[in-house]
Design a protein around this ligand. Structure first.
Ligand SMILES: [Cu+2]
Length: 176
């Protein structure tokens, strides 16, 4: 009787110990698995999201800059100094240009336009000689409606002019 009880109690103890060991192993393995499964996704998410979002932003900014630069560099090349003459007179009445630049006088009036340096009628305001009357700043002929006449200003100063055929219409070119 006592031997059987001891055998039975030993058997019960062995199964309890085995269950406890198995439970510890399973529980421990679950904690290890849960611990590693929580830390690894956090590291992989943050490290994988940053490289994906950052490179396209830098690639877009570098690819947009070259396409925006050419129009900016082309704009200063196209510069034209134009004074329009209508039945109301010269417009703009005062035009400021750089030394060496050319001004084109466009006749959009219904009459001829003889642009010439002040002062009527001698035309000697602009300090050059060799013109038909005085200064070379002189169209020396009536420009027909729809046509234009250009003059290159090589001397800095404030130069007044007028329409020799209608001296009341005047304007000013400021050469810097
Ligand atoms: Cu004149």
């Amino acid at each position: 009787m006592s031997e059987q009880e001891q055998k039975m109690s030993n058997g019960v103890n062995k199964t309890i110990i085995t269950i406890v060991i198995v439970a510890v192993v399973i529980f421990g393995g679950y904690i290890l698995f849960k611990g590693t499964s929580q830390t690894t996704p956090l590291v992989s998410e943050t490290s994988s999201q940053q490289p994906i979002t950052e490179p396209p932003a830098s690639e877009l900014s570098t690819s947009e800059q070259p396409s925006q630069q050419p129009p900016v560099s082309q704009a200063p090349v196209v510069k034209e100094n134009v004074v329009t003459y209508t039945n109301s007179g010269y417009s703009p009445s005062t035009l400021t240009i750089k030394k060496g630049e050319t001004v084109t006088f466009k006749n959009q009036s219904s009459n001829s336009m003889w642009t010439a340096s002040a002062v009527h009628p001698t035309h000697r305001g602009y300090p050059t000689t060799g013109g038909c009357l005085g200064s070379t700043f002189d169209a020396c002929v009536g420009i027909q409606p729809g046509n234009s006449w250009s003059f290159k200003f090589d001397i800095a100063g404030t130069w007044k002019y007028h329409n020799h055929l209608n001296p009341g219409d005047t304007g000013t070119i400021v050469v810097e």
